[in-house]
Design a protein around this ligand. Sequence first.
Ligand SMILES: Cc1cc2nc3c(=O)[nH]c(=O)nc-3n(C[C@H](O)[C@H](O)[C@H](O)COP(=O)(O)O)c2cc1C
Length: 450
Amino acid sequence: MVSLTEKAAALYQGEALAPMVRASTTPLRTLALQYGADFVYSEEMVDRSLSDTIRVENEKLQTVDYIKDTTKLAPKVQRKLARDGNRSPLMFQVDRRIEKGKLVCQIGSGEPELALDAVLHVKQDVDAFDINMGCPKKFSVSGGMGSALLSDPDRACRIVKTLRDHLKEHPVSCKIRLLKDTQSTLDFITGLVNAGAHAIAVHARRPGDEAVNPAHWEDLEELMPLVRSKFPTLPLLINGDFYTRQEFTDFHKKYGTSGVLLARPALYNVSIFRKPPPKAAEENDNDATTTTYGYDSPLLLDKTTVVQEYLKHALRYNTHHKNVKYVASEMMTNRRTPTPRVNSMPVHFPGGQTIGKTCSCHSLEALCKLWDVRFSLFDGSKTKNVDHTPLPAGEHKYDDNYILQGEEPSGTTTSTATESKDNITGVSRKDTQDSSEYPNKRPRVEASAS
Ligand SMILES: Cc1cc2nc3c(=O)[nH]c(=O)nc-3n(C[C@H](O)[C@H](O)[C@H](O)COP(=O)(O)O)c2cc1C
């Protein structure tokens, strides 16, 4: 029988699609795997939200869907759902035929018991669990989640230990940010590993760092040998501004890291995961032009092709058009790109598509028309009267203005980016999973991307 340590060593290895709220949903994850990602993370899901779902085997899509348990919603919201045809919002969807053995489910939690409820609820459909210990958003931190755990190591370790004590088949990993100095980060990691963490991913920024400023690779370089010498076989993942395979490979060779998480580089062009055939890679080990990926790689596909492929995956999973618009628009802009990289990240669409035109599409069909993709929804059940109404895709706010106007600089709040009215509960709240975790100080995105 394979031990959990062996399982973790096999899983947390290579290049992964990083967790990204709103973006790391089924179509992007499966497209990343198609292009060559070794494993994928889900978006972060808050423990309670995940626990309050019902598992449905979706025959039509041949997926497993976790949909909101509407009986747990406020009566007012239930009435609204009834008016809208009683369709329960989709929180999480898995395609086991493609994702099996490669899916890490990320949980946002500040309470061991709540984390445990959530993981036990979905464990049969995922391969491992990750705890988000890096999100600096106010919602996360005020709930004792995300980067709040960096300053509460006891709580962080209790969460890990509780999951470890109850999960017999699932490795548990933690995605952290740097602490104030190398020794503090090392101590924090040591605590997590001693509590039972099977893998650690380090985003080379501290809470509060601007995402458009370069990540602190120099701190990673200092930290990694220390972690390696303490834990020689621990799967150790690096994250933050890795835009070429050469950069990651250099790190790996020097410091013995096991893998890299790609968030913005993959969101901007997910074909970044394409690899040369293994033999060619071996033969050309010293040839940077064939081993590089990123925006100088001959393997990178043009962005129009990538958006079209993404749309095909969205059709396959009947993803809500608002989620699709959001991701397609993010693929069309370099607003999140670290400043030094912007020049190598062109946003040109010869077909004349713009973010404005993409945002004005109000159905998957309209998006397909704009992007010249044949509209055909998947139906694995082959039943005749197929209901093609898409399910809402989780508890997010997909306001077009969010993309069209960009996000406000950090430290300010707007009704668009951080304060939203929850369309599930009807309660005004801070957006629980706001991807403005990485705010951008650059000017607002133009409606025309080209
Ligand atoms: C749109 C977006 C959403 C994100 N959502 C999450 C998340 O759900 N969980 C998480 O741990 N990090 C999240 N992050 C942070 C990334 O996983 C990653 O740590 C960060 O972007 C740095 O990596 P990169 O340089 O490869 O983008 C998000 C980042 C972006 C851009």
